[in-house]
Write a protein that binds this ligand. Structure first.
Ligand SMILES: [Zn+2]
Ligand SMILES: [Zn+2]
Length: 369
C-alpha cells in the first residue's frame, strides 16, 4: 500500500477535494505508475460538472497522463520499474476479437470493468479511509500514484518530456491520428470545431500533405489558433448560417475530400457530411453528441459514394502505435507546447476546470509535485 495525493470527485456538480488516498499494490497483470503530469480534458469535465452521470462516483478522474512505472504485479512481462508510460483509456489486450481483427483500434478486453470504475479483476485499488474510490476510464491520472492494467499502458521513449507527451494520452493523438488515417496528400479538408481536438486534426491534415484545410468555428480566438496550426481558410458558422455548406463547396470545387467534426453538435455533424464531395468524400465524426441526439442524412448522398464514419482515439492502437506519435513530437513534426495555455499543481485541479469553462484555457497541464 502506498499513500497518494489525489483530486477526488465525490459527486457531479461539486468541486473535487484534494485528499491523501491509499493505493493498494498492483495485482496480477497490473502496474503501479507514478503520474508526473496530466492534461485536463472535456471528458473529465462532463463528469465533474454532472452533465454525464453514467460514471460511478466517487472517483479519481483524469485520463491524459504520463508517468513512470514504480512496481509491476505478478504476470507482467512487458514493463518494468522505471519505464516511462502513457496510460490508455482504450486498452490493447491483443487477444480479444477486436484486437485480432486487424480492422480497428477499439479493444473490448477491459471495457466492461473500466466503465464500472474498477480494474479487470473486479475491484478498485483506491481507498479514502474505509471508502473505496472508483477508477475513471481505467486511468485515474489525477492521483499521483495509480494502478493500471498492463494492457492499458503504452511504453514510450525515456527522453520525451512527460509534461508535454501527457497530451498524447487523449487530445493530440485523437486529432492527429484521425487526420493521418483519412487524409491523402493534396486533399481538401474541412475541420468543424477548432478546440483541443480540432486544432490537432488541423495539424494532422497539414502533416498528411493536405492542400486546403478549412477551419470552421464561431470563436475568433480558436480560428486564429487554427491558422497557426496550418488552417488555410477560416469560416465563421455563426455568420454564414445555412450558407456554410455552400461556402465550403465553393472553396473546393464542389466539396471536400474529407471532413472532420469535433464539436459534438448534431447540426455541425450533418453539415460536415454535406460538405463532402460526390464519389468519395468522407466525413469522420469525433465529437461527443448530447445524449440521445440523432442526425438526419439523405440516403442519396451515400448512394453517390460519400462515406460517414467515426474515429476513436485517432484510430491509434495505444500499445503498438502510440510510440510513433511520440516520435513525431520529438522530431518537431507536431506541436504540443503550443497547446498548453496553463500549468498548475494538482492541488489547483478545480481551477483548471474553471479555466476550461470560462474558455480562458486551451489545455491545462496539472503537475503532481
Ligand atoms: Zn480526453
Ligand atoms: Zn483487445
Amino acid at each position: 500500500m502506498i499513500r497518494s495525493r489525489a483530486a477526488v470527485c465525490h459527486a457531479g456538480g461539486e468541486p473535487m477535494t484534494i485528499e491523501t488516498v491509499d493505493v493498494d499494490g498492483p495485482r496480477s497483470g497490473e502496474v503501479l505508475v507514478e503520474i508526473k503530469a496530466t492534461g485536463v480534458c472535456h471528458t473529465d469535465a462532463v463528469i465533474l460538472w454532472g452533465i454525464n452521470r453514467n460514471s460511478p462516483l466517487p472517483a479519481i478522474l483524469g485520463h491524459e497522463g504520463a508517468g513512470v512505472v514504480v512496481e509491476v504485479g505478478p504476470d507482467v512481462a512487458s514493463l518494468g520499474r522505471g519505464d516511462h508510460v502513457i496510460p490508455l483509456y482504450g486498452a490493447e489486450c491483443g487477444v480479444c476479437r477486436h484486437c485480432l481483427s486487424g480492422r480497428t483500434n477499439i479493444c473490448w478486453g477491459t471495457r466492461k470493468t473500466r466503465d464500472l470504475g474498477v480494474l479487470p479483476e473486479g475491484t478498485s485499488r483506491f481507498r479514502l479511509g474505509r471508502q473505496a474510490i472508483h477508477h475513471f476510464m481505467g486511468t485515474s491520472t489525477f492521483s499521483r500514484y495509480t494502478v493500471v492494467p498492463e494492457v492499458a499502458l503504452a511504453k514510450i521513449r525515456p527522453d520525451a518530456p512527460l509534461d508535454h507527451v501527457c497530451l498524447l494520452g487523449c487530445g493530440v493523438t485523437t486529432g492527429v491520428g484521425a487526420a493521418l488515417h483519412d487524409t491523402r496528400a493534396g486533399d481538401n479538408v474541412a475541420v468543424f470545431g477548432l478546440g483541443g481536438v480540432g486544432v490537432n486534426i488541423v495539424q494532422g491534415a497539414r502533416l498528411a500533405g493536405a492542400q486546403r484545410i478549412i477551419g470552421i468555428d464561431p470563436n475568433p480566438l480558436k480560428r486564429r489558433l487554427a491558422a497557426d496550426f496550418g488552417a488555410t481558410d477560416l469560416l465563421d458558422p455563426s455568420a454564414l448560417g445555412a450558407e456554410l455548406v455552400k461556402a465550403v463547396q465553393d472553396l473546393t470545387d464542389g466539396g471536400v475530400d474529407v471532413s472532420f467534426e469535433s464539436s459534438g453538435e448534431p447540426e455541425a455533424m450533418r453539415q460536415a457530411f454535406e460538405v463532402c464531395c460526390l464519389g468519395w468524400g468522407t466525413c469522420v465524426l469525433l465529437g461527443v453528441e448530447p445524449e440521445g441526439s440523432e442526425i438526419g442524412v439523405r440516403p442519396v448522398m451515400m448512394r453517390y459514394g460519400r462515406t460517414l464514419k467515426g474515429s476513436y482515439f485517432g484510430g491509434v492502437k495505444g500499445r503498438s502505435q502510440l510510440g510513433r506519435y511520440v516520435d513525431l513530437f520529438m522530431d518537431g513534426k507536431i506541436k504540443v507546447a503550443e497547446l498548453i495555455s496553463h500549468v498548475l499543481p494538482i492541488t489547483e485541479a478545480n481551477q483548471a476546470f474553471d479555466l476550461m469553462r470560462s474558455g480562458e484555457s486551451l489545455r491545462t497541464v496539472l503537475l503532481h509535485e
